[in-house]
Every structure is written in structure tokens, then in C-alpha cells.
Design a protein around this ligand. Structure first.
Ligand code: TXA
Ligand code: MG
Length: 351
């Protein structure tokens, strides 16, 4: 079933969607970060359907999504002062906090860990569905495990439509990258997965913030994973991707042109428009991100488009996708965390 709620939520359809989740079905729905596949948290059979649909490793736990802050106590032990400060500051929003779980959480959800990730989306669609279901849901990203997350229905339908009961279309995801995942360890917030909520945002609230040592480590080299997610391949493209980085645009353009020549033109390029405008290649291989004077705006624009562009670039008959790297600061930390994985850590440095 397909429901179009781009303009407004249809009350009858909201009942159908929520009731189907209550009854053990799985449903794709939008959030402000990326689309998710939802199931009733307390229905193990329904949760199992998600693992099967996504082909997700059994030992990768799911995040619980709540419709109001009062639902935290349904799933987690009482947060400590620092955790509470983060909850107050960043929920609802693109933020997941790892808390000590309650015994009622099915093992299949937490993959045997004694903790549970909790997130409260800020979009009306997800919130209203969860509240109508009457209890929290699990909502992993809507993609086959290992692939980039889905940020618009066209991309998701291809991969998942036959495997789910219903799809709710809320238009393109605003942020485009998954939530920041944070665990407070010895009273210090540690970012396990970077996202829109940055280390600086967290520092402002509680005075400190660390980034987990595995955030920029290749999955096969990860030891002592704080999050099971860091051990698996993520955001992988169907064709080879290489990052290209450097401060001098003229040199980057020169390098890209020489690679295009070497590959007989069968290269797709994802880059800011001050680069793509100057590349001599057919327009359908060029994926431009609008560049402005603000670093923050540039990263927001980039995050919003990147998964969609990777999928579109795959559909050109290219043998290589070149992706412009961004600075690892602010939201750029999250972008680079994803892109390094997409490109299997292959980065062409141009100086
Ligand atoms: O923005 C988001 O968070 C999206 C939208 C749909 O809400 N959801 C999402 O869920 O990205 P998922 O399942 O694709 O990613 C959850 C990540 C995984 O990398 C998982 O390993 C980690 O969170 N995770 C879940 N529970 C954890 C726990 N108890 N401790 C550490 N990491 C955990
Ligand atoms: Mg995911």
C-alpha cells in the first residue's frame, strides 16, 4: 500500500498505518533524517520481519523511536543528569541516546546488549504514527543493510516495496543523514555515529564531548566497538567510488578531467557546483551541490543530497564515481564518516 502524505496526513490512513503496525506489519515512513522501516517494539515476530527485509545482521541492534519524552521510561532506566540534559536539549530531533534498557525490551531489538538507543523524531508523520500505535516502535533506516539510507520514496521503493505492508511518502528527507548516536561514558558524551547534532552542539550543553575512536576506522580494523554499527560495511555503492579532496579548485578540476580522459568519459561526479560547472562531460553524469559562502549551509546542502546522488550516479553507465570530500568539521564530520565508507576509504588527495 502506498500513502501520499506529502501535503497533509490523512486521518483514515493514519488509522490504517498505526493499526497495521499494532497488528505486526512493517511500514516505511519518513523522518527528518532519513526514511525508516517501523515495527511494534514489543512484537518480536514483527521485528524479525525487519531484520529479514533489510537482510540486517542479527547482532546489529535497532533504535527505539518514541512519540513523546514520557515514553522513555517505557524502554529505559532513568537517565542520569548528563543524559537528561542531552534529552532536554536535543529531543525531538536528529539525536539518539544510548541508555540502560528495561527488561521488557525483546532481545532481538537490543541484540543482547544491556543498552537501548532511543530517538524522538521531530517530524509530525512519525510522531503521530508512534503516538497512535500507543507505544514506541523500532525504526531502522529504510535500506538493505550495507546500502545508503533512503531519503526519498523513489529510491526506497526499488529496494523494499515488496517486503513491507505499506509505504508512507512524506517527500524528501530534510537532513539526509542518520541521527547522531551518543552514549554517555564516565559522564562524558561520546559520539558513536556523527550526525546533524555536532560535537560543538553537545559541548555547549554539557561542557564536553568526545568522538568515538572508531568513527573514522575501516570496519575490518575496528577493535573494542562501542557500537556494533562500526563493525559492518555501510553506505556502499554498486560501482566503485573514490573521494577527491584538496583546497585548490583549479587543481581538482585538472585532476578530475585527467581521470575522465583515462576512463573514456565513463565517470560520474558528485561535487559542489563551482567544480561541476567547469567539467566537460555529459550533464547526466554530473551531480551538483549548490555552493554558498557559508560552510554550514554547504554541508547542509551536501548532506541532504548525498545519498540520492550516489544512487543516481549508480544508474549512469559509469565505471567510477568521483565524490568531492568536505572538511571534517561540524556536519562535515558526519558526511565524511559516510563517504569514507562509500568509497572504501579510497581518497585521492590533490595539492
Ligand atoms: O536517523 C536515524 O537514526 C534513522 C531514522 C530512521 O530514525 N535510523 C537509523 O537506524 O539510522 P539504524 O538502525 O539504521 O542505525 C542505528 C545505529 C546502528 O549503527 C546500530 O549499531 C547503533 O545505532 N545502535 C543501536 N543500538 C545501539 C546500542 N545499544 N549501543 C550502541 N549502538 C547502537
Ligand atoms: Mg541504517
Amino acid at each position: 500500500m502506498y500513502f501520499n502524505w506529502k501535503d497533509s496526513i490523512d486521518e483514515n490512513e493514519l488509522n490504517i498505518v498505526s493499526q497495521s503496525i499494532k497488528n505486526g506489519e512493517i511500514v516505511i515512513m519518513p523522518t527528518e533524517t532519513v526514511y525508516g522501516i517501523g515495527a511494534n517494539l514489543f512484537d518480536e515476530e514483527a521485528v524479525k520481519k525487519i531484520f529479514i527485509a533489510k537482510n540486517r545482521p542479527q547482532d546489529n541492534p535497532l533504535i527505539v523511536h518514541i512519540g513523546s519524552k514520557s515514553e522513555i521510561e517505557m524502554v529505559a532506566q532513568t537517565p542520569n543528569a548528563i543524559e537528561q540534559a542531552l534529552i532536554d536539549a536535543f529531543m525531538p530531533g536528529p539525536f539518539t541516546i544510548i541508555l540502560k534498557k528495561k527488561d521488557c525490551i525483546p532481545d532481538i531489538v537490543s541484540a543482547g546488549l544491556d543498552t537501548i538507543g532511543v530517538r524522538m523524531p521531530s517530524t509530525e508523520i512519525a510522531t503521530r504514527i508512534i503516538l497512535r500505535v500507543g507505544n514506541p516502535i523500532v525504526l531502522p533506516s529504510a535500506n538493505i543493510s550495507g546500502r545508503p539510507s533512503g531519503t526519498r520514496i523513489e529510491d526506497i521503493r526499488e529496494e523494499l516495496e515488496p517486503k513491507v505492508y505499506a509505504i508512507v511518502d512524506g517527500g524528501e528527507s530534510k537532513i539526509g543523514l542518520e541521527s547522531t548516536v551518543v552514549k554517555v561514558i564516565d559522564n562524558v558524551p561520546v559520539i558513536l555515529r556523527p550526525g546533524k547534532i555536532t560535537p560543538a552542539d553537545i559541548e555547549k550543553v554539557v561542557g564536553s564531548c568526545q568522538i568515538d575512536k572508531n568513527v573514522f576506522v575501516q570496519p575490518e580494523k575496528v577493535v573494542d566497538a562501542e557500537t556494533p554499527g562500526s563493525k559492518f560495511e555501510h553506505y556502499v555503492s554498486k560501482i566503485e567510488c573514490n573521494l577527491i579532496s584538496g583546497d585548490n579548485n583549479d587543481k581538482i578540476i585538472e585532476k578530475i578531467n585527467s581521470i575522465i580522459k583515462e576512463k573514456d568519459g565513463r565517470v560520474a561526479l558528485i561535487a559542489f557546483d563551482d567544480i561541476t560547472d567547469k567539467i566537460d562531460i555529459s550533464k547526466d553524469r554530473l551531480f551538483s551541490i549548490k555552493k554558498s559562502d557559508s560552510i554550514e549551509k554547504n554541508s547542509e546542502e551536501y548532506a541532504e543530497k548525498i545519498y540520492r546522488y550516489i544512487r543516481e550516479a549508480e544508474k549512469t553507465d559509469s565505471v567510477l564515481v568521483l565524490i568531492q570530500a568536505v572538511k571534517e568539521e561540524g556536519l562535515g564530520i558526519a558526511i565524511m564518516n559516510r563517504l569514507l565508507r562509500t568509497s572504501s576509504f579510497k581518497i585521492i588527495k590533490v595539492d
